[in-house]
Design a binder for this molecule. Structure first.
Ligand code: AP5
Length: 215
């Protein structure tokens, strides 16, 4: 199955993708995670990503397309993937269609996770991630055992640089201008299933499973 988890910053795409990946036995492909990993090793590419990410702007397509294509070509994605945060522009959506078509695959569903703006901001600002294992918490909704320590591996928890209120608002503006129009692109093919993203994590997972028809 090839599935897009669609939604604005803080909608819960990454959290839900990780849960679905175990249930569906297909990988999560998150361009945001890949860019942060590149930035963490301090590569030239990572520095270019950082320039845009730290301002809350989308990274230009020419830097994203090959990064994504290389990941999709890996063995674990040969029978499907959950796309988290990709595609985000019309160019990326068309490139994804072409890549899948060349493998005789196509997008089966676009799960659009809907959350009001003020909640998205609260979620992003309260998010903490483990810098060792990547586990994601929220200080209020999904709290770690201690504010600075990961419950899964005892690593240190950090706040993402782009999780300030001001940057989240810029990310949301980018989403509205460049990414939200893709709902029309996929809507014309009847692929979009809206899901209410407000509520307990398990409840949102159940709604997504119902929307994509898995038990
Ligand atoms: P990316 O990393 O993709 O970020 P995003 O799309 O802005 O989404 P987030 O990771 O902020 O949120 P999420 O929906 O995954 O929510 P999460 O599950 O973590 O992109 C970052 C940047 O990289 C972009 O701004 C851009 O610069 C660049 N980039 C990436 N991909 C790109 C592309 N394709 N093209 C161009 N540029 C690209 O949840 C958020 C918080 O809420 C967590 O703390 C979580 O615990 C909590 N939470 C989750 N669900 C619930 C719930 N139901 N109730 C309460 N709390 C919840």
């Amino acid at each position: 199955m090839d599935l897009i988890l669609f939604g604005p910053p803080g909608a819960g795409k990454g959290t839900q993708a990780k849960r679905l990946t175990e249930m569906l036995s297909i990988p999560q492909i998150s361009t945001g995670d890949m860019m942060r990993a590149e930035r963490a090793i301090g590569s030239e590419l990572g520095k270019k990503f950082d320039h845009f990410m730290s301002q809350g702007l989308l990274v230009p397509d020419d830097l994203v397309l090959s990064l994504f294509a290389q990941r999709l070509a890996q063995d674990d994605a040969k029978s499907g993937a959950i796309f988290d945060g990709y595609p985000r522009t019309a160019t990326q959506a068309e490139a994804l269609d072409d890549l899948l078509k060349s493998r005789e695959r196509k997008i089966e569903k676009v799960v659009s996770i809907e959350v009001p703006l003020e909640e998205m901001i609260e979620r992003a600002v309260g998010r903490r991630s483990c810098q060792d294992c990547g586990h994601v918490y929220h200080l209020r909704y999904n709290p770690p055992p201690s504010p600075d320590v990961c419950g899964a591996c005892s690593g240190s928890l950090v706040q993402r640089k782009d999780d300030t209120e001001e940057t989240v608002r810029t990310r949301f503006d980018e989403y509205l201008a460049k990414t939200a129009p893709l709902l029309d692109y996929y809507g014309k093919r009847n692929l979009v299933v809206p899901v209410n993203g407000v509520g307990e994590l398990d409840l949102v997972t159940t709604r997504i499973k119902e929307a994509i028809g898995v038990s």
